[in-house]
Design a protein around this ligand. Structure first.
Ligand SMILES: NC(=O)c1ccc[n+]([C@@H]2O[C@H](COP(=O)([O-])OP(=O)(O)OC[C@H]3O[C@@H](n4cnc5c(N)ncnc54)[C@H](O)[C@@H]3O)[C@@H](O)[C@H]2O)c1
Length: 463
């Protein structure tokens, strides 16, 4: 099949490369000329494991190419739209200007029977508007507009695209359905379920799924807070919950609040859609509000670890991206956390394996370092914000020698309290007893000599 992908960002580039790998002939169009020029030279503008090799192989085999202008689009069997839908300034609803601009641009060039597929995450009803624009620009054509939301995760995007839990296709048109079935046939052979639904339903599935994932994360984050108050261990609580098949273990990892390019903007956009249609989504409203507060509140953990004040102190922040294996800084929890640390008078040094170039415009006042150890030099505390593989086995002795004070605040629960205690660190995690409490629990109680009364018994005697 001949496929055109409009937008060569995280989703467009990964989808385009994977579709080419399936054997289709794919042209990725991106209006960013620097991006397409870099891609044509074999340079990948984003960090995504395995993507460079996949792109190179398919370019070499002549199935994948890049262009700025949508020329040749008239021959495509399907034209996917994978442009950004960020939060709109002012009201936070999905900004659909990139989608509609792209549709207006391609409308005159499409074949009369084109199948236009929306892969961007768009609010319910966007497909109707795309169809209206196409009919207005090209009256009398038989073009079809399909919703095919994408569920891949950055950092594991190629695997997710090739092994999806499901493929959602929103259309009631038999011809469009056949085109999508043919495009995804290689996955269908792998038994990936194709879910054929109405276009509006497909659009809503994407938002409902993301809002549910956001709810799961926020739920376990609040349970983590409760664990800290009552002395329980959230890791064990999450495991005990997640082993229940009705609940499932995924997205039950407590941390500094969800971030990234999708969950924050999609929960907000879903709330706007609900509001516009007079429906209330009170759970999602609460999730969004709780999460927003949490990111900044993580600074309080750092303050607590440093006995009440961080003014004039140096904090090493390990990890900046919203999760490992991506360079994406969109809505990363590190941003409000570091802003809060600065507001409270601290200096911040930081290291992230791939995200520092993207982080600099968001966080200009940070001292960027070339390793976790360099960031830790002279620091009064180190805060693990992103669970990059290389932060999982830090040389704790070396770290302690470099730091002004041996304090680690682990917002991803990468380490165990007992190993941190053995390495002589003060250690605070999320929703788990800290090292000092652990020591209290682990210490065998000294037996009192026979006949010795407990303090309570003594007090009772005195009454
Ligand atoms: N990033 C993810 O993990 C992810 C996962 C699932 C769904 N989505 C959704 O997919 C969509 C794309 O997200 P992304 O992260 O890939 O965005 P992105 O910002 O990385 O990429 C969008 C690309 O589209 C290009 N573009 C914009 N207008 C264009 C036009 N008129 N013609 C050609 N190119 C144009 C931009 O230059 C940019 O390179 C969004 O709706 C997002 O919500 C993203």
């Amino acid at each position: 099949m001949r496929v055109t992908m409009i937008g060569a960002g995280y989703v467009g580039l990964v989808s385009g490369a994977c579709l080419a790998e399936f054997g289709h002939h794919v042209t990725c169009i991106d209006k960013d000329a620097d991006r397409t020029a870099a891609l044509s030279r074999g340079e990948i503008p984003i960090f995504e494991p395995g993507l460079a090799e996949l792109v190179a192989a398919n370019v070499r085999q002549g199935r994948l190419r890049f262009a700025v202008k949508p020329t040749g689009i008239g021959e495509a069997d399907a034209v996917f739209i994978a442009v950004g839908t960020p939060s709109r300034r002012g009201d936070g609803h999905a900004d659909l200007s990139f989608v509609y601009d792209a549709v207006r641009e391609i409308a005159p060039l499409l074949s009369r029977t084109a199948v236009v597929v929306t892969k961007s995450t768009v609010p319910v009803g966007t497909g109707d508007e795309i169809e209206r624009i196409l009919r207005e620009k090209r009256p009398g054509t038989e073009m079809q507009v399909v919703s095919n939301p994408e569920f891949l995760r950055e950092g594991a995007a190629i695997h997710d695209f090739k092994h999806p839990d499901r493929i959602v296709v929103g259309t009631e048109d038999a011809r469009a359905r056949d085109v999508l079935a043919e495009i995804y046939r290689p996955l269908y052979l792998n038994a990936a379920p194709m879910l054929y639904v109405s276009r509006r339903t497909a659009e809503l599935i994407k938002y409902a799924a993301n809002a549910f994932l956001a709810t799961k994360i926020t739920f376990i984050n609040e349970i983590a807070d409760l664990c800290e108050s009552v002395g329980a261990d959230v890791q064990d609580v999450a495991r005990g919950m997640g082993l229940d098949n009705r609940i499932g273990a995924k997205f039950l990892h407590p941390g500094p609040g969800f971030g990234g390019s999708c969950l924050p903007k999609d929960t907000t956009a879903l709330l706007k859609t609900a509001f516009d249609h007079g429906a209330q989504l009170r759970i999602v409203e609460t999730v969004a509000a709780v999460n927003e507060q949490r990111k900044r509140a993580m600074a309080r953990k750092v303050v607590a670890a440093l006995d009440g004040s961080i003014r004039g102190k140096t904090i090493a922040v390990l990890g900046l991206t919203f999760k490992p294996n991506t360079d994406d800084m969109r809505d990363a929890p590190s941003i409000p956390l570091i802003v809060a640390l600065h507001d409270l008078g601290a200096m911040v040094r930081s290291y992230d394996p791939v995200g520092m170039a993207q982080a600099k415009p968001h966080l200009p006042d940070v001292t960027y370092c070339s390793s976790a150890y360099e960031a830790a030099e002279g620091a009064d505390a180190a805060v693990i914000v992103t669970e990059w593989e290389q932060f999982r086995a830090l040389d704790l002795d070396r770290l302690r020698c470099l730091m002004a004070r041996p304090i680690i605040v682990d917002l991803r629960n990468v380490y165990r309290a007992d190993e941190m205690q053995r390495a002589n660190f003060r250690y605070l995690a999320v929703g788990r007893p800290d090292a000092e409490r652990y020591a209290e629990r682990a210490m065998p109680r000294r037996r009192k000599p026979a006949g010795t009364k407990s303090k309570t018994a003594e007090r009772a005697d005195a009454l």
